[in-house]
Design a protein around this ligand. Sequence first.
Ligand SMILES: [Zn+2]
Length: 234
Amino acid sequence: MDPRKLHKEYGLDLRLEYQGCAFCGGSPTTTDHVPSKAFLSKPYPDNFPQVPACKECNQSFSMDEQYVTCLLDCVICGSSESPNLSDTTQKTFRRSPALAERIERCRFKNEKGDVVWAAEMDRVENVITKLARGHVLFDLSYHELETPSTISCMPLMAMSDGQLTSFENAGVGQLTSCPGEIGSRAFLRAFGEPGYAKDEGPWVTVQPGRYRYAIENGWVQIVIAEYLACFVEW
Ligand SMILES: [Zn+2]
């Protein structure tokens, strides 16, 4: 697709016109939502961020994204058979009972009797990195294609008070930090440009209760379903 058409149709940053796929730098033939719709519920928000992507990247993440969204739903509901699972997860499990079994197999009780999920971390990290790269291109207007130096995630409720405070206040009060290149979305948001309203504090809420993120040069923090806190740093 002509990059100028991407700008016209999707309002992408002008400087993205000649930039490549957010995830591999290759030639973009499509666009990808950041985060993908699988992480949100209907009705989807307006002005839902999109970045240029190549077809291969656009397709290659979808199985891992499906795994992560279903896994999270099961973890939050306590079981892969819970009637409280979202309609999307239930539909996915009906279509793919193997996925439900695979997720259920990683659920066990530890010596204290707590339910623990031994998630396939390579798939979880693959998805978190993809999300973070999308946010970097959308918000900061550059490609981050290096392998992250840190990828971590843990439930918000498992954090200590100190960890939670520093996670929630990410970037606040760091006077030396720059909110992205002049003209990038993060810059416009930081300076209250119309149409780029920033939430209270460092967080940008894509959909309340479903997805929020905070970003600065060098790192991205994400909270999925107000449950899973993720941190990616380069
Ligand atoms: Zn690509």
